[in-house]
Write a protein that binds this ligand. Structure first.
Ligand SMILES: Nc1ncnc2c1ncn2[C@@H]1O[C@H](COP(=O)(O)OP(=O)(O)O)[C@@H](O)[C@H]1O
Length: 187
């Protein structure tokens, strides 16, 4: 699908406020991709589609995850995590995205995972620090993201995990694995 048509198609899937978030993720993904050597076009494509399933009814998300039958473990965890998998499924099926790295950047944009690709890192971080985000600690992550991708990701995962702990939420283990993997990566 051509870029402009894709943007219009995705925009109609969500309220204006969430679309503004998506625009922020698009913008930040391009900046981070250029800064750290990823391909800006692929980062932007993943960003456009990352929340495409965010407003699907829960049952539709569940059906997509069951039909895909690859990551059904996520169904035992918070529903907030489901839209990322359902979104990757929709991107492939409804929006003709064939690039597996773009699909994985959509799929892991909420949880992260071990051995994240550069594109996955860029989109995960962009989702966290786009200009519309405002949570304690975001400025520190933005500052790190100016020069240190890995450091910004570790700080970002720490903040996410601390938030989940403070809220007494269950933690999808892939996020912990993502964080630990980044810590060992630097030696
Ligand atoms: N490992 C996890 N286990 C449970 N919830 C998580 C995990 N990682 C992230 N979340 C939660 O999922 C929610 C949605 O994540 P977010 O990436 O902000 O979504 P969006 O794609 O809408 O920007 C957040 O409240 C976040 O804290």
């Amino acid at each position: 699908m051509e870029r402009k048509a894709l943007i219009e198609a995705v925009r109609t899937q969500m309220p204006e406020r969430r679309w503004q978030h998506t625009e922020g993720v698009m913008q930040t993904s391009i900046v981070l991709a250029r800064r750290f050597g990823a391909e800006p076009e692929r980062a932007e494509l993943a960003a456009i589609l990352h929340d495409v399933a965010k407003f699907w009814p829960v049952e539709r998300m569940r059906e997509a995850i069951v039909e895909e039958n690859r990551y059904t473990d996520v169904l035992a965890y918070d529903k907030e995590l489901w839209h990322a998998h359902a979104g990757a499924y929709a991107a492939g099926r409804d929006y003709d995205v064939r690039d597996p790295e773009v699909l994985d950047a959509i799929r892991y944009h909420t949880s992260g995972r071990e051995r994240m690709s550069l594109l996955e890192r860029v989109v995960w971080l962009a989702d966290l620090i786009e200009p519309g985000r405002n949570f304690p600690g975001v400025e520190q992550i933005r500052t790190l993201a100016e020069h240190d991708l890995r450091g910004a990701l570790i700080e970002g995962f720490d903040t996410t995990i601390a938030y989940l702990l403070a809220k007494k939420k269950r933690i999808y283990p892939l996020t912990v694995l993502a964080r630990n993997d980044l810590m060992t990566e630097g030696g």
